[in-house]
Design a protein around this ligand. Structure first.
Ligand code: ZN
Length: 234
């Protein structure tokens, strides 16, 4: 082997090693807790209390129809606690049957009222029921956020089972989809197990926006993706 060739091979080998090391390092143990269908003056407040006690931030996907004079202070509190507010439509309907104009009305109402209330723009959209089609992807100018859910809307799935499912399923880069609709106290109780347990495993909780930033990924709108894990390419 000539000197040039062996030098070349050496460079390739070390570049490969650096790439492998970088990819390994890039998989940070980060996850985002997300809560859909609020805000309200009961469960949302309890979720915020648990987040505060554990010093973690999360992302709430709000329905515009639930925003009123009683819930606005709760949205402000969420932002003060470092939480992020996303858009979950106005009326929480299956948006696949809507015209472009009606889709935009659903989105713009909620985005406008979030900005007006908190001064912070919502950056992400979660489709109601995670149902979407091409027309929604081409009309709604925000990245679509999915996540893994654990059926935390079913009363028969109790708090212990909710916690067990999250802990069993979670992996680095995940978006965890939970609900803070009124009366969903089992999820509040599950959080009291989920957060300390995942912290013990070395996980850090971040907002959806920070999950993308930490992973070095620029989330895209109009790309027909429903992001559920920032490290997975669908
Ligand atoms: Zn929902």
């Amino acid at each position: 082997m000539t000197l040039a060739k062996s030098l070349y091979r050496g460079i390739i080998a070390s570049a490969l090693a650096v790439t492998i090391a970088f990819c390994g390092a890039a998989q940070k143990k980060i996850v985002a807790l997300t809560f859909d269908d609020g805000p309200n003056t009961s469960t949302t407040v309890k979720v915020l209390d648990v987040l505060k006690e554990n010093d973690v931030a999360a992302t709430f996907f709000l329905c515009g129809k639930n925003i009123n004079k009683d819930t606005r202070p709760i949205m402000k509190r969420a932002v003060t606690q470092g939480c992020e507010l996303g858009n979950h439509s106005r009326t929480h309907s299956d948006m696949r049957g809507l015209t472009v104009e009606k889709m935009r009305m659903e989105i713009e109402y909620t985005s406008h009222i979030i900005k007006q209330t908190t001064g912070v723009a919502s950056e992400f959209f979660r489709p109601p029921y995670l149902l979407c089609n091409d027309l929604m992807h081409s009309s709604i100018k925000m990245p679509f956020i999915g996540g893994f859910s654990i059926e935390d809307w079913l009363p028969e799935v109790d708090a212990a089972e909710r916690a067990r499912r999250v802990v069993a399923k979670v992996k680095p880069g995940d978006i965890i989809l939970l609900h803070d609709f009124e009366g969903n106290d089992a999820t509040v109780d599950a959080l009291k197990t989920i957060i300390p347990e995942l912290k013990k495993q070395g996980y850090t909780f971040v907002t959806v926006g920070n999950l993308f930033k930490e992973a070095g990924i620029e989330p895209q709108a109009h790309n027909k993706r429903l992001y559920s894990n920032v490290y997975e390419q669908e």
